[in-house]
Structures are given as structure tokens and as C-alpha cells.
Design a protein around this ligand. Sequence first.
Ligand SMILES: [Zn+2]
Length: 424
Amino acid sequence: MKTYLIKKLLQKDGWKNELYITVDENNLITELSNEKPEGEFFPMDGYLIPGFKNAHSHAFQYAMGGLNESIPESAEGDDFWSWRENMYSLALSISPDELQEIATNLYMEMRRHGYTHVAEFHYLHHDTEGLPYKNPAEMSERLMVAANQAGLALTLVPIFYQMGGFNLEPNERQRRFISKDVDSYLELYEEIKKSAEKFNNVIVGAGVHSLRAVKNEDIIKLFKKLPSGIPKHIHISEQIMEVRDCVSHLGKRPVEWLCENVKLNEEFHLVHSTHINDEELKMIIDAKANVVLCPSTEANLGDGLFPLKDFHLAGGNYSIGTDSHIGLSPMEELRWMEYGVRLIEKKRNPLCKPGENSADLIFHKTQEAGLMAMGRSANDYFEVGNNFGGLLIQTDNPLFKDKPEEAILSTLIYSAGPEHLKYR
Ligand SMILES: [Zn+2]
């Protein structure tokens, strides 16, 4: 047992002063108290905040960073779909050892930048021929080992991927991703759950790649069969062409179709949701579902901008993710998420009502929805029974020195980098 005196600690309802936190030998919090303990305690200077939650990752894509920022002479242009071809080439080449190595490096970098928990949207399930490995959860287990080695909590979200597009057979280049039907996906999901029992930092969620990648009747069937109490993730409305294809095949826009056919709730995390209309925005909020925004990847891929101002002001819930990992700083994701709104609105602090601080708003919004995307409670900041992990903001740095408490998060999000954070 060890007791710390935390001078400033960020909880869901704001900053707390002079709190004593006792942890056991496994670093789990056993007590939070304002009372000075009888025995020895260790003062901790600075501002302690919960670690950032990364709600969307494809670990293998970290190997692509910087390799696709030019247009081949034979091509006319570059967009999400041409980038996807390069991503498929990479996906076809990666061995389990390589995946583990890439993910270990990536997760260590995530941790250095301030993330403490990541949701891995994982569809690279099979061998290079498209056949299951001897251990069907081989690739998932490699990600679990990587997270364990990096000291990062992991929510593994095995993904159901079945088709090459609306009414299209899977193409050869997608062969490592494919489960032929709901039952074969559920068998894989059960294997992955068994593997996760070997690790103490892994939660298992579930998900569907996108409306275009799974038959619509199987999406309905799967979400009916999955247990409640686990996070459920899906890519949706990232590209305008995907929205058009959905309308022509299903007669509805993607979010419209999903909300009308699947009983969404707060366990659902709709990744991107870039191209939604006002009705779809309201449908997401009415269902209490969450959106995952990945600003650096969405910018890099030229996806477009999510209508964050309307969604935020209507009470929508959203988290952040690093997706392709072209950017890895949570501060940068939050900054650009909010700057996108400023650039459209030509105004400062456009998400705020009078009296509000934009950094406080977006930190807590993305922390709470981020926790839910991990399969944890939105209240899970520093609580008894939790791992006492957090980020200590270094107040001896000139950037933070003598700043008032109410400017700490805005200094962090708008002006600071990982060099200002320390893991405790
Ligand atoms: Zn993604």
C-alpha cells in the first residue's frame, strides 16, 4: 500500500484539491479521501488528469505513415479509395510477428503521447491466403501482447467483414478480413474472448466494418445476437460515394438505415459519421449513440468535416480516435477537431455558451464517450478499484507555471505537447 497526496486532480465534475489516494501493490486505487492518513504519504505536485482514450485504431496502418503522400505518374489523382488500395497491399503482407512489432511500437508511442487505453478496430484476422490461423485468434492475441508490453489498456473490437461492397463478393485483396456469415464471425469472437482471459488489461467489444462490408440482413442478425454490456463499433458515412451507394442499394442514407434497422443505444460507437444530414444527426442523439471522430486521419484522407457544432449543441456524445495513426497526439486531435469548427464558423470558441471553456468541454466530452467506447463507465475517472493511471501536467514548465487552474486544460490542448506530460 502507498498513499499519495495529489495537489490537483481532475474528476468528471472538475478539479479537486488536496486528495489522498491509496493504491495497492497492483496499482489499484483502494481509497480516495480528503482526510490526512496516519502513516507516510508522498506529495505529488502538478495537475493530474486521466489518460486520453483512443477510440479508433487500425494498428497495422501505422506502417503506412508518410508513404502515400504523392501521386504516382500513372494516376489522375488521389483520394480515400486510392489510399485504400495501398492499405490493402500492406494488409496482405503482414505476418503475425510483424503485426506484433508494429503494434508494440505504435502502442508505446500512443502511451508517450498521453493515451492510456485504445480501442482496436481489428479485421486482419486470417493468414495471407485468407485461411484461419491454427489459433483463429492469432492476430488478435498479437495485439493483446503488444498492448501488454506497451503498458496500454486495450479494448479489442473484432470486426465482421463479409463483402467487397454493397451486393459485391469480397475481392481477393480483402481475403484476410472475411467471415462468411454471422455464425463464423461469432465463433471467432468467442475465440478472441477466450484469448483475452489470459491478459488483465484487455476488454473485448464487437463490431461491423461498415454497411457496405456486411449483408444488411446479417448486420441486423448480428446486433440482435451480441450480448448487451459490450461496446459496439461501426464505420459509417465516411465518404460521399459510400452514402450514394447506400441510397441506391438500401434506399436509405447509412445512418438513417442503421437507426431504422438496428436498435441503437449508448453502447454504439459510429466511427466518422462525416456525411450525415440534420435528420440523421438527430437520430444518433435520440438513440443515445456516440460518434468517434478521427480528425488527423479524416483530414489526411480528405474525408470532409463532421457537423460538430450542431451535434455538440444538440447534446451529442463524441470521442476521438487516431484511426490510420497519421497523427498520434491527443492534443492535436482535439485541437483540430475544434479548429475545424472555428474555420467553418469564422468564430472563436464556437462550441461554447457564455461562461464555458472550449478545452474543458471537449476534454470531458471525449473522455466520457471515450470511456464508453472502451466498454467502461463514463464516470470512470479516478475511482476505487481502478488502475491509478493518469497524466501529470508539469507545472514547473514556463508554459504552465503560474497559470490559473481554469486555464490548465486549455493550455494543454491548444499549446502543449507530450513533452509537457508525465506518466505517474
Ligand atoms: Zn477506421
